[in-house]
Design a protein around this ligand. Sequence first.
Ligand code: NAP
Length: 247
Amino acid sequence: MGDVIVITGASRGIGAACARLLAEPDRMLIINYASNNVAAEALVSEIAKTGGKAIAVQGDVGSEADILRLFEEADRHGRLAGLINNAGILDVSQRVDEMSRSRISRMFDVNVLGSFLCAREAVKRMSTKQGGKGGTIVNLSSAAALLGAPNNYVDYAASKGAIDTFTKGLALEVAEEGIRVTAVRPGVIDTDIHASGGQPGRAEQMRAAIPMKREGSANEVAEAVVWLMSQKASYVTGTILDVSGGR
Ligand code: NAP
């Protein structure tokens, strides 16, 4: 059995783009998704046609039980070599003084706790201090972590700020254990996440505010993630790479 890479939230968008770039005959990709079984299975078939290996595993990263099940499934397919903590959610535009506790709680459960707990499971398996052979973790942050996203989604921005700090802290904690931990901080990227936040045309509307005057593609973010995952980035840890067209 070869290497296994877990990609959370990979049925579409940036996660799916990462899976397409990482597909190889001797590497098993675990395509996690929340609800869209059809899209996840279509991606698995697409990868198989190009000679890659992948399976789709449903699981809500806001649930610890689902995360444990996801990594147990990954264990059945070989040695865990990498984790892309990509699953993340947005909500509709609201001011902080309008937000419900349940909204904020769900935002942090998925975006922050989900990434922490997935990383915990990955470290247990990859740390050379715990019998593993090392590996890499790439977290998906957001330019919102630096901008704050006022009048839109400060909860989302704050959850990504937590990811930045988490990336730094965990990277230093496991640097001697064969594990590199990095993050990518995308700007405005053309995916369905904006529609899920009630603003399907947001990427296009934001063009004027982006120095490069265009939104990015999921593939442009995935290229950065895949480089950070690779041996080409072997001396890179604790780094947060902006992929934001200068924003
Ligand atoms: P997306 O198009 O909305 O896709 C989200 C993916 O995550 C889907 O595969 C979805 O699965 C899955 N997902 C959602 N909630 C989940 C949960 N609780 N557990 C497991 N999987 C879940 O998002 P994206 O734009 O590709 O974003 C990917 C990451 O990049 C996120 O962390 C996001 O915050 C970050 N990011 C995106 C942008 C941007 O402009 N797009 C900018 C900065 C940062 P289902 O389809 O099954 O629901």
